[in-house]
Design a protein around this ligand. Sequence first.
Ligand code: HEC
Ligand code: HEC
Ligand code: HEC
Ligand code: HEC
Ligand code: HEC
Ligand code: HEC
Ligand code: HEC
Ligand code: HEC
Ligand code: HEC
Ligand code: HEC
Length: 301
Amino acid sequence: MIKRTPLFTPLLILALLASWLAGAAAADLDWTLVDPQFDGATFVRDSAQCRGCHEDAMAAYERTVHGRQQAFGHRANATIDCESCHGPRSRHIEDPEATRAFSPAQYDAACMQCHQGGGRIHWRGSMHSAADVSCVSCHAVMEKRSAKALLSRPTESAVCADCHRDVAAKMHRPSRHPIAEGLLDCSSCHNVHGAPGAGMLVAGNANETCYGCHEDKRGPFVWEHPPVREDCLSCHEPHGSNNRYLLSTTSSTLCVSCHQYGGHINQYRYNRVSTPYGNGCANCHVTLHGSNHPSGAKFNR
Ligand code: HEC
Ligand code: HEC
Ligand code: HEC
Ligand code: HEC
Ligand code: HEC
Ligand code: HEC
Ligand code: HEC
Ligand code: HEC
Ligand code: HEC
Ligand code: HEC
């Protein structure tokens, strides 16, 4: 029997938590359900046997995160091995030509044995999974092509650009988030493995996602500007814009789309960007995101 020290239970909980957080605690998988070709096959659990025929593939694989987890030689089969992803291979060794390559969906099942925790708890039912995008659409696991996360391309945005050309194009506009500079990435705002809200955003909705970095816009303010509280995207494009500050149109056109009534708003010198008030309305309405000044009701201070 295990002798329980006072630390036993907390340590066990910590160990379980750590493996759950790492998202890499293997679960049992019935391989014959994944593919009937495994009927009657058993695990070889000896990568030396694979090497004889797959020397090149293995040489590249050994430099990946998985390859480094998989101790070769005398420490073979420590945590992960070839058959963790490729299934029991005894019959493949007997008759290599009879093998059928996996579909991307079959690889998903293999990956999820170890990775269904962490960021992927919303994977099933996510827009990517529903559109038949799979783990191997974005990840290349047999060779190291990127500095992080075994991506299929050197950078994350290049992975996405394969399919989201329109978004990638916006990232080249004059005003854009500094992704090319490496200050943030698509995954700073999106959980590509799935998220509950619209647009697979990391924080449920657009505003909460933006507040994550633009905390000064969160408020609450004494004087609130309703569209700011409702949706940052009523004025901003998240990916890129030809207007400064990622605005969806020039700022005065933007304001006039909601504020059309009389007074100074319709006077030429107030609403033209090229006037002495070059910033348009924001030249005087400097706190349009909200003001805490006692007399800031009109967002002039
Ligand atoms: C006797 C030589 C030989 C041995 C040993 C061998 N393979 Fe293969 N393997 C092949 C050949 C030949 C192909 C190509 C078959 C084809 O393209 O139709 C192949 C294809 C594959 C493929 C791609 C197709 C598929 O089934 O997904 C994988 C993965 C694979 N082998 C994994 C392994 C693993 C893992 C081992 C060790 C447990 C192993 N092989 C041992 C000869 C071998
Ligand atoms: C983490 C999962 C995983 C592990 C571990 C893994 N593979 Fe693969 N392997 C894949 C996937 C996914 C593919 C499909 C092609 C691709 O994405 O590169 C593949 C493709 C292959 C292929 C066919 C294509 C090629 O590159 O020639 C062979 C052969 C192969 N693997 C052998 C092995 C061997 C041998 C090992 C152990 C040393 C191994 N794999 C370990 C996931 C894995
Ligand atoms: C047998 C368990 C197991 C399987 C199956 C498995 N992985 Fe992993 N994976 C690991 C472990 C262990 C690590 C390294 C520890 C960690 O970061 O969680 C890892 C790390 C990763 C990473 C992070 C790499 C990095 O640089 O941070 C990615 C991405 C990944 N795996 C993708 C996949 C994909 C895609 C598949 C299916 C083709 C797959 N894994 C199958 C166990 C597994
Ligand atoms: C649409 C592209 C895409 C798909 C599909 C995808 N990933 Fe990822 N994955 C990424 C990107 C980008 C990162 C790095 C940014 C991050 O950590 O979110 C990443 C990171 C990871 C990591 C390391 C960080 C972490 O969350 O632990 C693992 C493990 C991983 N992916 C596994 C998977 C598995 C398993 C699948 C399939 C169920 C999958 N991915 C599907 C793009 C994708
Ligand atoms: C293999 C193609 C492919 C790759 C690679 C890919 N996606 Fe997607 N993505 C899709 C498809 C298909 C959809 C489903 C909706 C659609 O058709 O736009 C989608 C949907 C999305 C959505 C939700 C769109 C909406 O209308 O709410 C976001 C956000 C997204 N992807 C971000 C990313 C990011 C970030 C990456 C890179 C890490 C990426 N995707 C890589 C194909 C891909
Ligand atoms: C600053 C945060 C942020 C960054 C960085 C970001 N996005 Fe988005 N993205 C959003 C928001 C917000 C939406 C709108 C979501 C909604 O409400 O539907 C969105 C929507 C999308 C959509 C849905 C279709 C569309 O055009 O609106 C796709 C696809 C997408 N993003 C892909 C990407 C890709 C690919 C990258 C990296 C090149 C990226 N995003 C970087 C915030 C961001
Ligand atoms: C991961 C952090 C992060 C998130 C999340 C984020 N931003 Fe940003 N944002 C930045 C950084 C970094 C800059 C560049 C700051 C600089 O150049 O001083 C920036 C700049 C901006 C700018 C000014 C652009 C310019 O041309 O000067 C606007 C507007 C903006 N973000 C709006 C948003 C909106 C709207 C959201 C939510 C959809 C959002 N941001 C989410 C990090 C973030
Ligand atoms: C009513 C339209 C409108 C809404 C809604 C709005 N903004 Fe802005 N935002 C602007 C305008 C106009 C500017 C340019 C200000 C200037 O010219 O000085 C700007 C500038 C910015 C900047 C860059 C300058 C600065 O103040 O840091 C950031 C960051 C920003 N907005 C973030 C956000 C976030 C986050 C939200 C949602 C909480 C949001 N905005 C909602 C109109 C809006
Ligand atoms: C999406 C619609 C919308 C946009 C775009 C918009 N506003 Fe507003 N604004 C409102 C609403 C709603 C109110 C609160 C109702 C009211 O008092 O008229 C408001 C209130 C104000 C007020 C205080 C009005 C008062 O009578 O107390 C000022 C000043 C203002 N906005 C300036 C601007 C400026 C400057 C811009 C452009 C950067 C702008 N607004 C863009 C919807 C908008
Ligand atoms: C030269 C500075 C200046 C410029 C430029 C300016 N405003 Fe104002 N605006 C003010 C001042 C000052 C007030 C407050 C008047 C008061 O307290 O009665 C105000 C008040 C407002 C109000 C509250 C209702 C009202 O008429 O009193 C709205 C809405 C408004 N401005 C919108 C705009 C819009 C939209 C633009 C751009 C087309 C704009 N402003 C450009 C200085 C300016």
